[in-house]
Design a protein around this ligand. Structure first.
Ligand code: PGA
Length: 247
């Protein structure tokens, strides 16, 4: 049985004081849900979030890290540094990291390997652009992204990962994928994982949908067979996040 997962990706929003205020207001509602709940605040807000959520099961994670142990990598933080700050999970391969910051499939693979080696729970993101969707090659694109990200990762480690399918054209646009479109690609993610690791592993990896998910459309999306939850951007910054968790 796969766990249900709801994760909030705050992106570059909220200060430490705003983090405290917001999490105190939703803490009760997000911690009594029948789902694994994650919040991904900006890096410097992680200690604040960990402190507010310390007596709950809500897991605090980071939006990014660098795969090297330490050294001359100006502006970067390592997995060990995240762990020291209290992070237990990390988002890898978000389309904003791929597109704005030029992260390659190769770098994403190195990050995924390091995250599992260090015991951070990775949420590996994949997703196609509007151009790829209109060309009818979305499924092939997703298959390639998944195979590349998991290259060299053992079945035992893969079973600890979470995958999020986020069509780029649906992120922050208010344009959600239909439940049929989302289900089709989430099933393709699972099929790809099954072709690499077999059904015993692909059956336990939660596959999330992300892209303008909100309290109004979450129920229909998570009712799909291969959608085990959501990675939420804008709606995770508001009280609405607690509504989604409770859906
Ligand atoms: P959105 O973002 O919910 O604002 O579309 C989702 C994401 O980027 O993870």
């Amino acid at each position: 049985m796969r766990s249900r997962v709801i994760a909030g990706n705050w992106k570059m929003n909220k200060t430490p004081a705003e983090t405290r205020e917001f999490l105190e207001s939703v803490k009760e509602r997000i911690s009594r849900a029948d789902a694994r709940v994650f919040v991904f605040p900006p890096l410097i807000c992680i200690p604040e979030a960990v402190e507010v959520l310390k007596d709950t099961d809500v897991c605090v994670g980071a939006q990014n890290f660098y795969y090297e142990e330490k050294g001359a990598f100006t502006g970067e933080v390592s997995a060990d540094m995240l762990i020291c700050a209290g992070a237990k999970a990390v988002i890898i391969g978000h389309s904003e990291r791929r597109d704005i910051f030029g992260e390659s499939d190769e770098l994403i693979n190195l990050k995924l390997k390091k995250a599992v080696e260090k015991g951070l729970i990775p949420i590996l993101c994949c997703g196609e652009s509007l151009e790829i969707r209109e060309a009818g090659t979305a499924a092939a694109h997703i298959e390639r992204q998944i195979k590349s990200a998991f290259d060299g990762i053992s079945a035992k480690d893969a079973a600890k990962c979470i995958v999020a399918y986020e069509p780029i054209w649906a992120i922050g646009t208010g344009k959600t994928a239909t439940s049929d479109q989302a289900q089709e690609i989430c099933a393709c993610v699972r099929e790809t994982l099954k072709s690499i690791y077999g059904g015993s592993v692909s059956d336990v990896i939660p596959v999330l949908y992300g892209g303008s998910m909100n309290a109004g459309n979450a129920a229909e999306l998570v009712a799909c067979e291969d959608i085990d939850g959501g990675l939420i951007g804008s709606a995770s910054l508001k009280e609405e996040f607690a509504d989604i968790v409770n859906v």
